[in-house]
Design a protein around this ligand. Structure first.
Ligand code: SF4
Length: 237
């Protein structure tokens, strides 16, 4: 772009004016730091705020996650299964289970399949507390509530990738995501609005229906890398 100025001698000069380059804002390391900071701030905010509503008592995140996980699981879960799904050590989970037992929200009963193991179940007061914790206006739910389907789909897609990364780095195991599931076929349906396929349900679905905790999930490490590569393609096949 140029600006022409007339000089006193009648000649004209043209100055080149550079349009500010909007794309100069794209600096990947900077953006990664911004995303990281945003996630960390949200996480700290939710930890600090979420349990103050409606008289719900303040609960450490692991205890709250155990209550949510056990809700609706009739046969209960072994402590090892809970620790795996939460990505916490057995010792750290043991402290949380003791605290929950002290509040009479869980109980341990002998495992009918293994005499040396126990199953952890919710008591009726634990079940009431778990229901309270599942309310959409609790914790992160109060923020996610405002998202429309497209944004929810984008969030679920990124969440799948972040959980996969956490698993790759050994930070978490046992999380039952679509991306880690043998039945997941990313971009296999050929349908624009529902590009993925769940071979278990024989159903095409979109990003907004991706599961982070699916009871039918079958973990599959062998073809995980191939599946992740396909899922990550910026331009779907
Ligand atoms: S079984 Fe569950 S986790 Fe697996 S692809 Fe289907 S919906 Fe996803």
């Amino acid at each position: 772009m140029g600006i022409a100025l007339n000089r006193a001698d009648g000649r004209s000069l043209t100055y080149i004016v550079r349009t500010p380059n909007l794309f100069a804002m794209i600096d990947t390391p900077f953006q990664r730091r911004q995303a990281t900071r945003g996630l960390e701030q949200l996480s700290a905010l939710v930890r600090a705020q979420s349990w103050r509503q409606d008289g719900t008592p303040s609960l450490p995140p692991t205890q709250a996650a155990v209550l949510r996980m056990l809700q609706g699981v009739q046969d209960g879960l072994r402590a090892r299964q809970i620790a795996e799904r939460l990505g916490v050590s057995a010792a750290s989970l043991s402290d949380s289970l003791k605290a929950l037992e002290g509040k009479q929200w869980i109980r341990r009963t002998p495992d009918p399949d293994d005499a040396r193991a126990a199953r952890v179940r919710l008591t009726s007061s634990g079940s009431r507390m778990a229901t309270q914790l599942q309310r959409p206006d609790q914790g992160m739910g109060s923020l996610v509530e405002s998202l429309g389907e497209a944004d929810l789909g984008a969030l679920l897609r990124v969440t799948q990738l972040l959980i996969n990364e956490a698993q790759e780095q050994g930070l978490a195991t046992g999380l039952r995501t679509c991306l880690g599931c043998t039945f997941f076929r990313p971009f296999a349906s050929g349908q624009r609005d529902a590009p993925h396929v769940c071979a278990f349900l024989d159903k095409a679905f979109g990003d907004a229906e991706l599961r982070v905790d699916c009871a039918e999930q079958q973990p599959d490490d062998e073809s995980r890398q191939e599946r992740v590569l396909r899922f990550r393609q910026p331009t779907p096949p």
